[in-house]
Design a protein around this ligand. Structure first.
Ligand code: F6P
Length: 328
C-alpha cells in the first residue's frame, strides 16, 4: 500500500478535522501518501483534491467543520456515478479510501466497492450517533454540550416567564441527541421516535404530564425536548397544538445547525484521533468494507454493510427512568 484517499461526507460533525489529522499523521508513520477529496464524494467524481501532508493538518484538531468540506452526493448512487468514482480512484492510483461520515456516506462506499480494486474503510462521523457498530460517533459529545448550553439558557427565560418551552434537537430519525441532552438538562419531558409516534390525536399523552407537573409540583417552567421529525407538521405545530389544548402559550425553539458547529469537546477529539489512526492501521492490515468503530472502549472493525441496520439501542435504563419521572 502506497497511497490512500480521505474524504468527509454528509452532515459535518465536530471532530472531523481531528480525524483527518489522525489519518494523515498515521499514514505518514507508515510512509503512505494521502490525498484529500473536497466536498465529500463530489470531489472524488470531479477530481477535486489536494495532497495532505502533516503540515496541512497542523492546528486543526480544535476546529469544528472540516477542512475538506462536506456534502451529500446524489450522483454517486447511480451506476454511472459509482463507476466513475472507482475510475478516479484507479486513475489516481489510490490503494484505499477512508470515508468519514454516517451510514448514508458508507452506502456510497458500498456502491463503489464492486467497481474498485482497492480497500474501503469508514469512520463514523455524525452528530446523530445513529451508526451501528460503535458506541459513539465523532461529533455526538460536542452536539450534546452545545444543546445543553442552549437548553440551560432557555431554562432561565422559561423560569422567568413561567413558560412551557419546546426545544427541538437534531438527530434525523434517532432520538439519541434528544434523550441524552434532555436528561442532562433536566427536561421535564422528552419526545423522540423511540418513545413511539405522537400525532394530534394522541396529544393527551403529552398533556397529562404537563398538567400534572404544574398542578401538583408547582413547576414554574416546563421544558419539553423534542427530537426532530417527531410530530407531523414539526415542533412549531406541536407548540401551537399544545397551546390550544392547554390554554396557555407554549414557545418553540428549533436549535438546528448550531448543534453541528463549534470546537469539538475532548471526548470527540480523542475518539476521532483513535478511530482515524485505527482506520489507517487496519487498512495496512488489509481491512476492506469495514468501519473503524469503538465498542466498550476497544477499537473494533464492523462490517460497513451493517452500519445502517438501526439496531443500536438508546440506553434502556435511561429511557425507563425518563418515562417514569415524566409521569410521576
Ligand atoms: O445527520 C446530521 C444532521 O445534522 C441531522 O441531525 C439532520 O437531520 C440533518 O443532518 C440536516 O441536514 P442538512 O444539513 O442537509 O439540513
Amino acid at each position: 500500500m502506497k497511497r490512500i484517499g480521505v474524504l468527509t461526507s454528509g452532515g459535518d460533525a465536530p471532530g472531523m478535522n481531528a480525524c483527518i489529522r489522525a489519518v494523515v499523521l498515521t499514514a505518514a508513520a507508515y510512509n503512505l501518501d494521502v490525498v484529500g477529496f473536497h466536498h465529500g464524494y463530489n470531489g472524488l467524481l470531479d477530481e477535486d483534491y489536494q495532497t495532505l501532508l502533516p503540515q496541512h493538518v497542523q492546528h486543526i484538531i480544535q476546529h469544528g467543520g472540516t477542512i475538506l468540506k462536506s456534502a451529500r452526493c446524489k450522483a454517486l448512487y447511480t451506476d454511472a456515478g459509482a463507476v466513475q468514482a472507482a475510475q478516479v480512484l484507479h486513475k489516481l492510483q489510490l490503494d484505499a479510501l477512508v470515508i468519514i461520515g454516517g451510514d448514508g456516506s458508507f452506502r456510497g462506499a458500498l456502491a463503489i466497492a464492486p467497481h474498485y480494486h482497492g480497500q474501503l474503510i469508514g469512520v463514523p462521523g455524525t452528530i446523530d450517533n445513529d451508526v451501528d457498530g460503535t458506541d459513539f460517533t465523532i461529533g455526538f459529545a460536542t452536539a450534546i454540550d452545545t444543546a445543553l448550553d442552549a437548553i440551560d439558557k432557555i431554562r432561565d427565560t422559561a423560569d422567568a416567564f413561567e413558560r412551557i418551552f419546546l426545544v427541538e434537537l437534531m438527530g434525523r430519525h434517532s432520538g439519541y441527541i434528544a434523550l441524552s441532552a434532555g436528561i442532562a438538562a433536566g427536561a421535564e419531558q422528552i419526545i423522540c421516535p423511540e418513545f413511539g409516534p405522537v400525532s394530534k390525536a394522541q396529544l393527551t399523552k403529552l398533556l397529562a404530564p404537563i398538567q400534572h407537573a404544574q398542578l401538583l409540583r408547582g413547576k414554574s417552567s416546563y421544558i419539553m425536548v423534542v427530537a426532530e421529525n417527531s410530530y407531523p407538521g414539526g415542533t412549531i405545530a406541536l407548540a401551537e397544538d399544545l397551546s390550544a389544548e392547554l390554554g396557555t402559550e407554549c414557545r418553540a425553539c428549533i436549535l438546528g445547525h448550531i448543534q453541528r458547529g463549534g470546537k469539538p469537546v475532548g471526548a470527540d477529539r480523542i475518539l476521532a484521533t483513535k478511530l482515524g489512526a485505527y482506520a489507517v492501521e487496519q487498512l495496512v492490515n488489509g481491512a476492506h468494507l469495514m468501519m473503524a468503530g469503538e465498542l466498550n472502549q476497544q477499537a473494533v472493525l464492523y462490517p460497513l454493510a451493517q452500519t445502517g441496520e438501526r439496531t443500536k439501542q438508546i440506553d434502556p435504563y435511561l429511557v425507563r427512568w425518563q418515562q417514569q419521572i415524566a409521569s410521576d
